[in-house]
Structures are given as structure tokens and as C-alpha cells.
Design a protein. Structure first.
Ligand code: CMP
Length: 138
């Protein structure tokens, strides 16, 4: 079984899309193994997105990610990393497949509603950033 981390970003939470995103995951047969709501401060957002530290969008991205509450989840399923990313769609919502979460709801490359880990190593690091072993129901 595979695990991944997904985040409903501040735009998804403030627009009332928590239920919609979770419904799409659950309807695809993905199990929610852990879930909580958090409001990151700037430093915590910078820590999470540390791999993007040198990108021109880093400051704006971490401002946005610390601008309001987020929902973080551990998702479980076979090939869950790939399946979650296919449900979400491309980072740039203008290139996202019709019917994906980002194609349906994103309003910008930054305000793209949801994040999901892109590989097993990043999934492990990202899950670890938010959850202790005790918080994940196996
Ligand atoms: P996410 O999957 O959370 O990973 C990094 C985030 O940076 C990405 O989604 C976008 O929300 C944000 N971002 C902002 N500008 C860009 C950009 N030009 N290219 C890629 N990601 C960007």
C-alpha cells in the first residue's frame, strides 16, 4: 500500500471546497488515513516548501500558504501518489485535464486549491512534516 500527503490550500478552505475535495478522493477509492486543519505561519510554510526556496515564486507561495487555514491529509491506496495527482490535475490549471480539481476550481497557478506529493520520497518527507506516527491510522 502507498501513502501520500495532500493539502487543501487556503483558497480551497475559504471557498468551502473541503468537502468537495475529500469527496473526490473518497469516490476514487482513496482512503483518508489522517486529517487535520492547521494555520501555518510564514516560517512553517517556508519549511514545507523548502525545495522551492530558490524559485522566484517562493515568497509569494509561502505568503499565500500562511494566509489562512489549510487541511492536511494522509491518503492511502494502491498507486495513490499517481492517482491523487491525476485527480488534482496539472499545477498550471490552464493545462489541467477537464474534470480535475484544478481545472474545475483553480483561479491561478498559485491559487490551485490543492497540493499532493509528487514521488514516494517527497511523500514520506511531507507526511513526516505534519504527522507523527500516532496520528496516522493504519
Ligand atoms: P504545489 O503542488 O503546491 O507545489 C508548489 C506550488 O508553487 C504549486 O503547487 C503552485 O501553487 C505554486 N506556484 C506558484 N507559481 C508557480 C510556478 N510558476 N510554477 C510552479 N508552481 C508555482
Amino acid at each position: 500500500m502507498e501513502y501520500t500527503l495532500s493539502i487543501i490550500k487556503p483558497d480551497g478552505v475559504s471557498r468551502g471546497l473541503i468537502g468537495e475535495v475529500i469527496k473526490r478522493f473518497e469516490e476514487a477509492g482513496i482512503r483518508i488515513a489522517a486529517l487535520k486543519m492547521l494555520h501555518l505561519n510564514k516560517e512553517e510554510a517556508e519549511g514545507f516548501y523548502a525545495v522551492h526556496r530558490d524559485k522566484p515564486f517562493f515568497d509569494s507561495l509561502t505568503d499565500f500558504m500562511s494566509s489562512g487555514p489549510i487541511v492536511v491529509m494522509v491518503l492511502e491506496g494502491e498507486d495513490v501518489i499517481g492517482r491523487t495527482r491525476r485527480l488534482i490535475g496539472a499545477t498550471d490549471y490552464r493545462k489541467a485535464e477537464p474534470g480535475t480539481i484544478r481545472a474545475d476550481f483553480a483561479t491561478g497557478i498559485e491559487k490551485n486549491i490543492v497540493h499532493a506529493s509528487d514521488a514516494p520520497e517527497t511523500a514520506a518527507t511531507e507526511i513526516d512534516y505534519f504527522f507523527s506516527k500516532l496520528e496516522i491510522s493504519l
